[in-house]
Every structure is written in C-alpha cells, then in structure tokens.
Design a protein around this ligand. Structure first.
Ligand SMILES: Nc1ncnc2c1ncn2[C@@H]1O[C@H](COP(=O)(O)OP(=O)(O)OP(=O)(O)O)[C@@H](O)[C@H]1O
Length: 251
C-alpha cells in the first residue's frame, strides 16, 4: 500500500499541496485526476522521493522515501518523463544498469531482463540504441525499467501521453496483468475514457487537496452525474474545488 499523510508543499511561498492525505490499496488501479496545476506531479514526485515535502509523511510499503530512499526505491517502479533514457546505450544495456542498481545479478538478472523483453515486446528493439526512439518505444523501455525488479508498487505520470492505439493497448494489458498479480498502481491522467476503463478507484485533486475519492460509480452517485468526465468536472471545478482554492490563497 502507498499512504500519503498530511503532505504539504509550497514553492516560493505558494502552497501547492495542502494537508494532502490518501491511501492507494494493493491489487487495485488508482487514478489521480486534477486540472492542470492541481498538484498531481508534485504529489507523485514526493511519493517517489524526488521532491521533499515541507511536512507530512509518505509510506511506500513499509518505507518512507524521505527517510529511507533506497528502501522505498526497491519497492517502487516509476514511469515518469520518458525523455530520461541514456541515448548511447542499447535497451539491453540500459535495463541491465537499472536492474544491477536494484541489486540483481547472475541468473536472477538474466531472468529479469528476459521477462521484461518478452512482456513489453522489446525483442526488435533490444540491441538498438535508444536515440531516436518514438514515444511508444520510449514508453516500453521506461515501463521495462520500472518493472525489471518486480516492485510491489508502480507509479505512472500521464503514461499514455503521445501514445498510439497499439502502445496504449500494450500499456493497458500490462497494467491489468500487474493488478491481477497484486501490484499497487497509481497513475495520473487527463484522458477520461481511459481512466473510466482502467481504474478501480479515482482520486480527484483541486488546489492541492483531494476533493473526491471513490470508484467511478461512487463519484457518479455523489455528484449526480452519469459519466466520469461529468463527475470529474463537477468535483475539480465545482463548489468544493472553489472552496479549496479560496482556502489555499495566501492571507
Ligand atoms: N519546481 C517548481 N518550482 C515552482 N513551482 C512549481 C514547481 N513544480 C511545480 N510547481 C507549481 O506547482 C503547481 C502544481 O504543479 P504540478 O506539476 O504538481 O501540477 P499537475 O497537477 O501535475 O499539473 P499538470 O496536469 O499540468 O501536469 C503549479 O502551479 C506549478 O507551476
């Protein structure tokens, strides 16, 4: 499980996350939604240990990324900015480095590499340098890097951005397989049909707070809307969001 407890974060005196709290359960796909600037990426970066909260605490399994970054990293796979590939390395070399950094070696390393190569359909790319890779190819490599050490938790920041239909399908198939295996999955997205199709649970953020949480059906019942998109608009831009924004304004 991932637990976010009373996280606050400001940039240059402007609050971006305000006493943010939520849990991400195991074996479920949870979507993190919010308007541009709501604080999703900041929140995901804090969970990944890439950004330090001003106050509050995060738990990834049993590790707090702020206190035990290596412990949290072992239990976490992250698909973030797909630009971060080392362009002079082949896919195999790149993934091998990350797998070794996670403590894999010998037979376990060979098996881990073979598993992601198969699972993410990387055979044709395996010995190519990543320079010039398409968005879909980069996503596959990023996902392989995130999964090579078989983490319990997976975080994805807008994973389908810029992907074609086949790449989205592969991603979806992979996430569903991971969920069936009990993985804890948290992803941010702006694509409502994709969220409605994939997620068991939805968190809606506005002005650095959670303004709605539940299954898509629960959110629809709560807002009196018939689609997730309408529920999202009601929550992210409605009264609760306005109240959160007013509360968050500097006095
Ligand atoms: N390093 C930073 N320095 C200053 N301000 C920042 C920094 N990182 C984020 N912000 C600000 O914090 C706010 C929240 O940004 P964040 O990227 O977390 O939002 P988001 O919900 O992921 O938005 P989007 O949907 O547009 O990606 C924005 O106003 C952004 O400008």
């Amino acid at each position: 499980m991932i637990r976010v407890e009373n996280i606050s974060k400001s940039f240059a005196g402007t609050p971006v996350l305000r006493n943010l709290s939520f849990d991400v359960p195991d074996g479920r796909i949870t979507a993190l939604l919010g308007a541009n600037g709501a604080g999703k990426t900041s929140c995901l970066r804090i969970i990944c240990g890439l950004l330090k909260a001003d106050s509050g605490r995060v738990l990834v399994g049993d590790a707090d990324p702020a206190l035990d970054p290596m412990g949290a990293r072992r239990q976490l796979g992250v698909v973030g900015d797909r630009e971060g590939l080392y362009e002079r390395l082949t896919v195999r070399e790149y993934l091998e480095i990350f797998a070794r950094m996670q403590g894999l070696g010998g037979t376990a390393l060979a098996e881990a590499l073979a598993a992601v190569r198969e699972e993410l359909e990387l055979a044709a790319l395996w010995d190519r340098r990543t320079k010039g890779f398409s968005q879909g190819e980069r996503m596959k490599v990023s996902l392989a890097r995130a999964l090579v050490h078989r983490p319990q938790h997976l975080i994805l920041d807008e994973p389908t951005r810029g992907l074609d239909v086949l790449a989205v399908r592969l991603l979806r198939k992979t996430l569903l397989r991971l969920r069936a295996a009990g993985t804890t999955i948290l992803f941010s997205s702006h694509v409502m049909p994709e969220v409605a199709e994939l997620s068991d649970r939805v968190l809606v953020m506005a002005a650095g707070q959670v303004v709605g949480a539940g299954t898509p059906e629960q959110l629809a019942a709560e807002t009196g809307c018939s689609t997730l998109e309408d529920s999202f608009v009601a929550l992210a831009y409605g009264q609760r969001a306005s109240a959160a924004r007013v509360e968050g304004e500097p006095a």
